[in-house]
Structure formats: structure tokens, C-alpha cells
Design a protein around this ligand. Structure first.
Ligand code: NDP
Ligand code: KPL
Length: 296
């Protein structure tokens, strides 16, 4: 029996917990901040349900084989008390978050050699605690090597496509580049498609190109098509559409992962001497929007 604990049963954590619990070889524990009774996920394959063990107090937790951290990036430190109880020398800790700094965010909490950074492409929304909609087929990428292979194997009996990649850095940066333009509707609270014009296009393209330039300086291979597809996606965004969790979080008045998603482009751009004026302006404007919830 593989013991798996999931910290943060939100849209991503709840979906992964429900899928992993479908496999009888797994014993799944959910580490929650807000209590709930069970998981119900509407997936592209139909509704799945699960009744994992649900803990709300780290002192109830014991050692497991795998921890999946599925909180927002700005809640990394808050997972410390859970990790202290769940992670022993044999435990591997998968960080399932957006951004490119999975290892850095958790290096002070667990030994870095036990960390498995995870890129996840799986649009999901939590409507209430334990009640989630997975909108599309899920894709997971992890680094090649024994830990990455073992993590991917956990999903063998799920609809989620998990694979280990030799060039994981590129996987992370391609995702970030494709997502980077969503800062525009997150800031304007308006879909980009209906108000598309040459000036808006140059801002969107600038954001995406800056991200790709910084990613390439960090060692990623990012084809031009990733940039062009991101610009096309922004142009095609329909009135009323929500550009993923960043935009959804601002609409809901939640704290934002602004540093992990666009601030990082500015910070790492500075390190490499790459100008990032578009990301710099939009991050500054989002931070200046007066919202109390801006954060990493
Ligand atoms: N949603 C999506 O479509 C996608 C999201 N991502 C990324 O995945 C990550 C998770 O996002 P998402 O699932 O949307 O986020 P959610 O806000 O839906 O879920 C985060 C969860 O973490 C919980 N949490 C926070 N702190 C703690 C703590 N100390 N102990 C236990 N639980 C805690 C929250 O608790 P509470 O229930 O109290 O709020 C919530 O359940 C982010 O980095 C995001 O960018 C990546 C791809 C797609
Ligand atoms: C765009 C998407 C859904 C891709 O997984 C995402 O990363 C997010 O909403 O944060």
C-alpha cells in the first residue's frame, strides 16, 4: 500500500486526491485547512467520488511515502507543520504548483533531494470544499530520474497523463510562457479578445516574449510557436471567459500568485540583464490596484 498525503485539497489537490484514491493500491490522506466530508469531482470521464482520510490538524498526521503539496505558492511556508509530521527520510515531496521555483520555495522545509517539482496542466475549479470540476484532460510533467518515474507511476490508473522528462526546465518554462499573458485579463478584468487591437497585442506579445527570453536564459528551449499560440489564445479569448486560476482568483477577491507567475519573470530577467518592461509594468499595476491580497 502506498501512503499518499495531499496538502491543500483545492481545485488541483482535490482532483489529484480523488483520482489517486481510485487506485486500491493507494491509501490517501487529505490535509485540509477547511474541513469537508468527501470529494466529488466532475471529470471529462464522468463524476468520481472519494472518501479519503481528511485531517485538519498536523498533529493527527503520520509519516507517508509521498506528500503532494497542492497549495498556492504563497502558502508554501504554511505547509511547514504538515511537512514536519508527514515527511521522514524515505518520504518524497511533490510540489504541484504553477511557476518555476518549486524547489526554492520548499528548500527550507524539506531536503531538496526529496523534492519532486511537478508541472501540471489541468484546468480545474473548486466550487465548494470537496466539490470540484476538472474541465479538461490532465497532463503532468516531472523530471527524469527515479523520483520522477515513481511519481508518474502513481497516476498509472488515472486519466491523468503523467510523464518524466529529461528537459523538465523547458516543460516548466513553456507552461509559464503560455500562461504569462493571463496577467492582462487578471488586471483589466475583461477578456482580451473583444477589445483586441494593435496596442493590446503588443503588450500581450511583449509579456510573452519577455517570459520566453528569461526562460531561455534559464536554460529552457521554448519554440516560437509557444509564443505565437499564447498571443493567439489571448486574441481568441471570448467575452466573459476566465483565463485560468489567476484571473479566477482576482474575480473571487482571493490572494494572487503574482510573484510566482509574472514577478518571477522580472526578478530573473534582472538577474540575466534581460529587460522585462511589460511584465514590470503589469506586476506593478496589479500590486498598485489596492487589493489587499497581492502576494507571491
Ligand atoms: N486551478 C487550476 O486550474 C490550476 C492551478 N494550478 C496551480 O496549482 C496550485 C494550486 O492551485 P488551486 O488548486 O487552483 O488552488 P486552490 O486555492 O483551489 O486550493 C489551494 C488549497 O490549499 C489549501 N491550503 C492553503 N494553506 C493550507 C495549509 N496550511 N494546510 C492545508 N491546506 C492549505 C486551501 O485551503 P482552503 O480550503 O481553506 O482554501 C485550498 O484548499 C497553484 O500553484 C496554481 O497556480 C496549476 C494548474 C491549473
Ligand atoms: C491555464 C491552466 C488552467 C493550465 O493548467 C492553469 O495553469 C491555471 O489556471 O492556473
Amino acid at each position: 500500500m502506498t501512503r499518499i498525503a495531499i496538502i491543500g485539497p483545492g481545485a488541483i489537490g482535490g482532483t489529484l486526491a480523488a483520482w489517486l484514491a481510485q487506485d486500491a493500491a493507494h491509501s490517501v490522506t487529505v490535509c485540509a485547512r477547511t474541513p469537508f466530508d468527501g470529494l466529488r469531482v466532475e471529470t471529462p470521464e464522468g463524476v468520481i467520488t472519494a472518501q479519503p482520510e481528511i485531517l485538519t490538524d498536523p498533529f493527527q498526521a503520520g509519516l507517508v511515502d509521498w506528500v503532494l503539496v497542492c497549495t498556492k505558492t504563497y502558502d508554501a511556508d504554511a505547509t511547514g507543520p504538515w511537512l514536519e509530521r508527514l515527511a521522514g527520510p524515505q518520504t518524497r515531496v511533490a510540489i504541484v504548483q504553477n511557476g518555476v521555483e518549486h524547489v526554492q520555495l520548499f528548500a527550507h522545509l524539506v531536503p531538496t533531494q526529496t523534492i519532486v517539482p511537478v508541472m501540471i496542466n489541468l484546468p480545474a475549479v473548486r466550487n465548494a470544499p470537496g466539490q470540484i470540476v476538472q474541465h479538461r484532460h490532465g497532463i503532468i510533467a516531472v523530471p527524469a530520474g527515479p523520483n520522477g518515474q515513481a511519481f508518474a507511476a502513481l497516476f498509472a490508473k488515472t486519466e491523468i497523463e503523467a510523464a518524466a522528462h529529461e528537459d523538465f526546465t523547458s516543460q516548466l518554462w513553456i507552461k509559464l510562457t503560455g500562461n504569462s499573458h493571463t496577467i492582462v485579463p487578471t488586471l483589466t478584468l475583461r477578456a482580451t479578445g473583444p477589445v483586441w487591437n494593435a496596442a493590446l497585442e503588443s503588450i500581450v506579445r511583449g509579456v510573452v516574449e519577455e517570459c520566453a527570453a528569461v526562460g531561455r536564459a534559464e536554460g529552457a528551449t521554448i519554440p516560437q510557436s509557444v509564443i505565437d499560440n499564447a498571443v493567439e489564445a489571448a486574441k481568441a479569448m471570448r467575452e466573459g471567459a476566465v483565463a485560468g486560476s489567476f484571473h479566477a482568483d482576482r474575480l473571487a477577491g482571493h490572494q494572487l500568485e503574482v510573484d510566482a507567475r509574472n514577478g518571477v519573470i522580472v526578478r530573473l530577467g534582472r538577474k540575466h540583464g534581460i529587460p522585462t518592461p511589460m511584465n514590470g509594468v503589469l506586476v506593478t499595476l496589479l500590486e498598485a490596484s489596492g487589493s489587499p491580497w497581492i502576494s507571491g
